[in-house]
Design a protein around this ligand. Sequence first.
Ligand SMILES: C[S@@+](CC[C@H](N)C(=O)[O-])C[C@H]1O[C@@H](n2cnc3c(N)ncnc32)[C@H](O)[C@@H]1O
Length: 259
Amino acid sequence: MRANNFNKESDLWITIRSTTDYKHGDPSLLKMNRAHLFIEKPAMKVKIKDLTSKKILDVGCGSGEECTLLEKKGATDITGIDIAAKLIKEAQRCYPQHKFYTMNVKNMSFEDNTFDFVYSSLMMHYLKDWNNALKEINRVMKPGSTFLFSTLHPTRWSGERQGDTLLMGFQYPSKENKLKIFGDYLNKKAINDVGIRQINMTSYIRPLSDMFRELVKANFEVIDIYEPKATTETKIYDQGYHEINQRIPDFIIFEAKKK
Ligand SMILES: C[S@@+](CC[C@H](N)C(=O)[O-])C[C@H]1O[C@@H](n2cnc3c(N)ncnc32)[C@H](O)[C@@H]1O
């Protein structure tokens, strides 16, 4: 399975995720961590409510950095799972106060109705089919509890690349021109050019309506959909990156409740 490329490139991933000093850090590593630093993690932070006394599951936890974010919200009881054994080993080393297991989200060994809050950051787009994973996540959640997850935004990742330009739209046919269509939003697709090239992973992009329907089918009620902009701080790092991410969303965040 291609998810194991996170295992194969675990050292690189760990180095990227620990490059957080945007004023002095290595620019090429920062570029690979910038979407986490300036958009996705701050947005997840906005969405996480008080976690005091909650039993938390972090699905696709990688090397566990998000424990710090969850702890800031009051979490003391965190369980993380990831398919990449080397990342789990790193998480166990860095956050010995929490529990980490190598597991596939589609087949977890937890009892039914175990967790009060399930968190998942940027894992769902690696799954070709959401149905098994969502059913499994729903199974281990207590009724009424929340599943918060981020994934790639289908608008941003449905464009067609032409050199340095990303296009989505069309040109009407005329006497001079044939009809031209750029990009494809409505059809689910697999793409390989997202994120970190060395961690050669396939991401699956699906339209918003597919994601919504999958959640409902797996016994979730969608409470909120959040399309975050880049933080103001991003301007200091890269003005252009900030501007793009004020208008075109990289990510989408779902807050869903187990019925
Ligand atoms: C982009 S990384 C995000 C890691 C972490 N949440 C973070 O933001 O730092 C995606 C993670 O999902 C994990 N993953 C992919 N498919 C998985 C699956 N089927 N079950 C569990 N983890 C999976 C990968 O191994 C990888 O660590």
